[in-house]
Design a protein around this ligand. Structure first.
Ligand code: ADP
Ligand code: GLC
Length: 526
């Protein structure tokens, strides 16, 4: 049996071990989908305490010394839900903290540069060859936290090839140039970028995302439209010049979702199961959601969900301003808001719930279970965004027959078929897209959806289209594997039946002893 294409995904978060947003969902679901396609995929991420607690079969496999943040060790384990192989970089002085990026007051950890440079350096070391860990053919780094990986691989003379995915260009990991010396970036790569195209200097800073973009063999982002948008000043966050120079290696590949975890016919977290052919159970979910959010228990009123980070990216301050307008315009319209983010917006959402009891319910916080119930119980999802690389919540919503009303940007425009444009022509509409960033733009989008909601047969058609949309990973995996195959001779193998994951009780208890044996088998894969 040939050894399969071996891909190491490098990321700062992966669900369910650590999650602050869609990146974590993408990395885990994509890794599992790669394995299903016969690729030996594993994830390298920091050994946060919550990650160590949740993984199965943890075994110490290697020690790494001399990383930018000191010495570390690699623990091999499996994801508790999918069994996907995960390598945890254990450096307790860097990662044994409550938050992923920030302390409990929302302040970035001051040593984030060293924390994530260490992750990238560990990836490059594994790519070069570490006893006890199979050497990857491809190292696929995600977002700025892993951005130094392709550069360190080059500096280390590593054979493996590198791919870098931009999930959100707004977050770039820019630090003072002088810090380059602490993390082993040679001075010639910190000069003004005009004098050396390999430089990672960016407007007088050093930029981790730029390191990924410039030094990876291929760069991808998470939708086609976003790949085009980021070449322009409006969406480029000042990186458009760099991206235009690297356009020849830039690809947009739209994310999939884990269709099993987000499935209304088999979701243990929701009040009642339902499916595209029979949505009766959705009424029970709506009732339960109204109860949870303190909304009037009326089965036939339009219930709009908002479930996202409450930040400027998500136009959350405009949405909060638009809610009173929409409540006044449509009597009995309801809102269920689940989110956390900027404190003033959180306070505004809470004030709206106090002012409109029974019509606005707000839950400030991060709650995965509630997110499932929100998507199941609502009629519509309001997903406004100034920019949206892909967006996952609209995909989850559609899967649950909850019709998205969203900004016409990035992945939202790529994944939602707008009713006005599509319906009648292709009968493929799955939601409503609106242009613009004002209260009127948002309220206008919702007004169109409320109008359609009044027509039950039209609404059912929209729901059916949305629920039967294929948002799985098939197409994206094929495109990524094609990219990998341009860079390496290694190939996926026909997937084998998955080995059973060791029972939780025997392995959760603690780390197993150190092992130095090289694992050439697929057993560690999935
Ligand atoms: P982004 O990563 O930009 O925040 P995505 O739509 O890609 O946007 O992913 C957001 C993910 O985070 C989704 O899985 C969504 O359900 C989840 N999420 C966001 N806010 C919350 C919250 N307050 N509680 C639970 N899940 C949330
Ligand atoms: C980022 C983006 C979001 C995308 C997610 C997963 O968090 O903001 O649009 O869906 O990454 O790729």
């Amino acid at each position: 049996m040939p050894t399969p294409l071996n891909v190491l995904l490098v990321a700062s978060e992966a669900a369910p071990l650590a999650k602050t947003g869609g990146l974590a969902d993408m990395v885990s679901a994509y890794g599992a989908a790669l394995c299903d396609a016969g690729v030996a995929a594993s994830i390298l991420m920091p050994a946060y305490p919550a990650a160590l607690q949740q993984v199965l079969g943890a075994t110490r496999v290697a020690k790494l010394s001399g990383l930018p943040g000191g010495d570390g060790e690699i623990i091999r384990a499996c994801m508790p839900d999918t069994g996907l192989s995960v390598l945890l970089l254990r450096m307790d002085h860097l990662y044994a903290r409550e938050g992923v990026y920030q302390d409990r007051h929302g302040r970035d950890y001051v040593d984030n540069l060293v924390r994530f440079a260490s992750l990238a350096a560990a990836a490059a070391r594994i790519a070069r060859g570490v006893r006890g860990i199979r050497r990857p053919d491809i190292v696929h780094a995600h977002d700025w936290h892993a951005g130094l990986t392709p550069l360190y691989m080059k500096l280390g003379g590593v054979q493996a090839r590198s791919v870098f995915t931009i999930h959100n260009l707004a977050f770039q990991g820019n630090y003072p140039l002088a810090a380059g010396a602490w993390i082993g970036v040679p001075p010639e790569l910190l000069v003004p970028a005009l004098s050396d195209e390999r430089s990672i200097e960016f407007y007088d800073s050093l930029s981790l995302i730029k390191a990924g973009i410039v030094h990876a063999e291929r760069v991808t982002t998470v939708s086609d439209r976003y790949a085009r948008e980021i070449l322009t000043p409006r969406f480029g966050h000042r990186m458009e010049g760099v991206l235009n120079a690297e356009e020849h290696k830039l690809h947009g590949i739209t994310n999939g979702i884990d269709m099993k975890r987000w499935d209304p016919s088999a979701d243990p977290l929701i009040a009642s199961p339902y499916c595209a052919d029979n949505v009766a159970g959705k009424y029970a979910c709506k009732r339960a959601l109204q109860q949870t959010f303190g909304l009037a228990r009326e089965p036939f009123v339009p219930l709009v969900a908002i479930g996202s980070r409450l930040t400027g990216q998500k136009l959350a301050e405009v949405v909060a301003d638009a809610i009173p307008t929409m409540l006044a315009r449509h009597d009995r319209l309801q809102f269920a808001v689940l989110g956390q983010g900027d404190a003033p917006i959180e306070a505004q959402m809470q004030a709206l719930a106090a002012r409109w009891p029974g019509r606005v319910g707000t839950h400030i916080g991060y709650d995965e279970t509630l997110a499932h119930r929100l998507h199941a119980g609502a009629d519509m999802l309001l997903h406004a965004s100034r920019f949206e690389p892909c967006g996952l919540t609209q995909l989850y919503a559609m899967r649950f027959g909850t019709i998205p009303v969203a900004s016409r940007v990035g992945g939202l425009a790529d994944t939602i078929s707008d009713y006005a444009l599509e319906f009648g022509k292709t009968s493929a509409a799955t939601g409503f897209l609106f242009e613009g960033e004002t209260v009127d733009d948002v309220a206008g989008g919702v007004a169109r959806a409320v109008e359609a909601f009044r027509n039950p047969s039209l609404w059912r058609a929209l729901q059916r289209n949305a629920m039967t949309r294929d948002s799985g990973w098939g197409a994206a995996v094929k495109r990524y594997v094609d990219l990998y195959c341009e860079l390496t001779e290694a190939r996926p193998v026909a997937p084998r039946p998955q080995p059973a994951v060791a029972p939780a009780e025997t392995v959760r208890a603690g780390l197993l002893p150190m092992t130095a044996s090289v694992d050439h088998s697929l057993a560690a894969v999935r």
